[in-house]
Design a protein around this ligand. Structure first.
Ligand code: GLP
Length: 241
């Protein structure tokens, strides 16, 4: 693991965007594994800026997203498809038909999950996976559990995740109780992983991910076993190390 300490969220975002830019420049037809949430938002803004100044070309890039709430349509303002379109895809020249987000409305979950695993393989595997970190150490929506889930699956969200994400909804009751997420195997198969972490409230989770035992109780701790992980964290997030 390589850990970069940045002064603040803006610096963290710029550094992450730099690494993603390098990936896109070195391999224009790369596959990006993308995440939602407030952590990668600044990274997307920076990438949009560099696209607009003519420094980046996403026309050959494909993307696969980590997760999606179950029961939300792509048009729902809190769906992760909507998040990706409005915060990133609508502002760059990526071919939207080559951007993939799990289908939160699928009626056949088991089949959909198998198809999503296959899709990741068919696009050639993820070259660079961008990750945020949940307060309970989750990555994607892989919540703390007794075993590492391998592949794309449907998950019951924990009370801590529902609580953390209720800020985006009118009320806690509106937060979906389930999500579809890539599994730990899918994430670990990425050739390179970049994790962005900001804020003191993530400090404890980050400490456990980096310094704690590798355990499914802290899903992100599995990253210790990946050969190419870069963590970009601001001073506040590193304050508990
Ligand atoms: C969400 C997402 C994760 C994200 C995490 C942190 O529930 N499923 O992919 O990394 O929680 O979110 P944030 O960056 O908003 O703190």
């Amino acid at each position: 693991m390589v850990i970069y300490k940045t002064k603040n969220y803006t610096d963290m975002s710029r550094k992450a965007a730099n690494i993603i830019s390098a990936q896109v420049i070195m391999k224009p037809d790369c596959v990006l594994g993308l995440a939602t949430g407030s952590s990668p938002l600044g990274t997307y803004k920076q990438l949009i800026d560099w696209y607009q100044t003519g420094d980046l070309d996403f026309s050959k890039v494909s993307s696969v997203n980590l997760d999606e709430y179950r029961g939300l349509s792509p048009e729902h303002e809190q769906s992760y498809r909507y998040f990706m379109n409005t915060n990133f895809f609508d502002h760059i020249n990526i071919d939207k038909s080559r951007t993939f987000v799990p289908d939160g409305l699928t009626s056949d979950v088991e089949r959909f999950c198998k198809d999503y695993d296959r899709l990741i393989e068919e696009v050639g595997g993820v070259d660079l996976q961008l990750l945020g970190l949940g307060h309970n150490g989750h990555i994607g929506f892989n919540e703390p559990s007794d075993a590492f889930p391998r592949n794309t699956h449907c998950v019951d969200l924990t009370p801590s995740t529902i609580d953390a994400n209720k800020r985006f909804f009118d009320s806690e009751e509106d937060v979906p109780r389930q999500a579809l997420t890539m599994g730990i195997r899918n994430i670990m198969m990425a050739k390179k992983i970049v994790v962005v972490v900001s804020g003191e409230d993530k400090g404890e989770a980050l400490r456990e991910v980096v310094c704690g035992p590798i355990t499914p109780k802290v899903p992100g701790s599995i990253l210790q076993l990946h050969p190419d992980v870069t963590i970009i964290a601001d001073e506040a997030a590193l304050s508990k190390m």
